[in-house]
Design a protein around this ligand. Structure first.
Ligand code: PGA
Length: 251
């Protein structure tokens, strides 16, 4: 089995002013005690550049929570891949369920954003995950398949190895309900199997699949010790340095 370095990512969502973001970034870089895994934070757009400046030369990397698919032009309110890259980010979340729910993100727009991220030199973290009702009616695999197939339609096998996928069951996001370790591992195994079929075995074995949904210090070790779980994408518990560091240092 390929050795995949773990990635612990914080999604700050719509939280924290620039000043608060800088404070949290400083606390994280000061408190980080290990270099055997990758650590990432995704602040709001106004905080992206200052946080990247603050974290320059540290082990904490910076990502954006979204990106637009055109590089520039008359698109009021949007932020593009090249702008995000120039601000110091190296990752971009794509297709988060909150974007699907509130901002009409679809497989088609997720595919455009994945392509824009590659073009700009950013690693896309493609978020997929089923609703509770979809899981309960036996449709989890079908939902994951259509989200993956749609968003990765234009991705070549050569590119795919560098992708990151985040499995975030919608029923576990911000609800306090975490998928059990076994449920997470099983969904990740399904995703990896699909990637092996769509691309090839080498790609499937090399790319990282993160789990997201109510991850906290108390449940992080169990999840991170699963064979198919290559890291976590953390919302609420990433807003406080001690809890995010607790997750980072959990295993
Ligand atoms: P949560 O969010 O950890 O607050 O559940 C996870 C996410 O949405 O990425």
């Amino acid at each position: 089995m390929a050795l995949r370095r773990k990635l612990i990512a914080g999604n700050w969502k719509l939280h924290k002013t620039v000043e608060e973001s800088l404070e949290l970034a400083g606390q994280l870089s000061a408190g980080l005690k290990r270099d055997d895994l990758d650590v990432l934070v995704c602040p709001t757009f106004p905080a992206l550049f200052p946080v990247a400046q603050r974290l320059k030369g540290t082990a904490v990397k910076v990502g954006a929570q979204n990106l637009f698919w055109e590089d520039q032009g008359a698109f009021t309110g949007e932020v593009s891949g090249p702008m995000i890259k120039a601000a110091g980010a190296i990752y971009a979340l794509v297709g988060h369920s909150e974007r699907r729910l509130h901002f009409a993100e679809s497989e088609k727009t997720a595919a455009l954003r994945v392509a824009a991220a590659w073009r700009s030199g950013l690693t896309p973290i493609l978020c997929v995950g089923e609703l509770l009702q979809e899981r309960e009616t036996g449709r989890m695999e079908g939902v994951l398949e259509s989200q993956l197939a749609g968003a990765l339609a234009g991705v070549s096998t050569a590119q795919a190895g560098g992708l990151v996928i985040a499995y975030e069951p919608v029923w576990a996001i911000g609800t306090g309900k975490t998928a059990s370790d076994a449920q997470a591992n099983e969904a990740h195994a399904y995703i990896r199997g699909w990637l092996s079929y769509r691309f090839d075995k080498h790609v499937a074995e090399s790319l990282k699949i993160l789990y997201g949904g109510s991850v906290k210090p108390a449940n992080a070790a169990g999840l991170l010790n699963q064979s198919e779980v290559d890291g976590v994408l953390v919302g609420g518990a990433s807003l406080d340095a001690s809890s995010f560091l607790g997750i980072i240092h959990a295993i």
